[in-house]
Design a binder for this molecule. Sequence first.
Ligand code: T5A
Length: 211
Amino acid sequence: MSGLFITVEGLEGVGKSTNLEFVKNWLVNKGLNVETTREPGGTNLAEDIRELLLTKREENVSETCELLMMFAARAQHIAQKINPWLEQGKCVLSDRFTDATYAYQGGGRQMDTSIINQLEDIVQNGLQPDFTLLLDAPAHIGLKRIQSRGFTDRIEQEKVEFFDRAREGYLARAKADPKRMFVIDASQPLEDVQTQIEATLTAFFKTREKT
Ligand code: T5A
């Protein structure tokens, strides 16, 4: 595939949505044809699955059900949007992708990562992001930032320890794949975060243009 697949990851409230527009503008200024999307979601059906996943309910949602629904939404998203865009040579910019599954279901829920590996193989058939920005901050910082919204979804109701484990999961992914996944200190003021993002994007494209 000739396109470029970029993802933005991190815990709740670290600034993914806020910075997605900044990253998009930077890429557009570089001359790329950019499509933005998000997970879970990105297509009508996948957005319906997102709604099912995030709605608070009295019934306990089993971890396996949650994991399969994340990958069901992803399968639809890849088939309907991501793969066609990449085949058209576009730059796909997604708010979250499979690193989130390793962080939340693997780290947060402490599920066996070999099961995530298997589903990743089946659903993605080799598809991986080319470049990932991990907006990193201690969990309590992001959770405090989103408090003013006045509501929480099903996953946001989890205890801070769940998000601490998810953060560790993310940082372990970044450590294992330093050429793809770049850690940004998202605890800093927005202007500083965007300075770091810009420097990281510049360095990534410089390396890419050399090869
Ligand atoms: N999930 C997802 C899984 O469990 N497994 C998976 O495989 C996938 C794909 C999705 C949920 O699903 C889970 C993870 C999530 O729990 P979501 O809505 O996509 O939910 O993700 P959230 O993280 O919940 O999105 P948020 O909108 O809460 O967080 P953002 O986008 O990171 O934060 P943002 O940009 O909205 O900013 C929050 C507030 O902080 C301010 C902003 O102005 C805003 O008010 N802000 C800053 N303030 C100070 N300094 C900065 N540097 C700031 N940056 C932003």
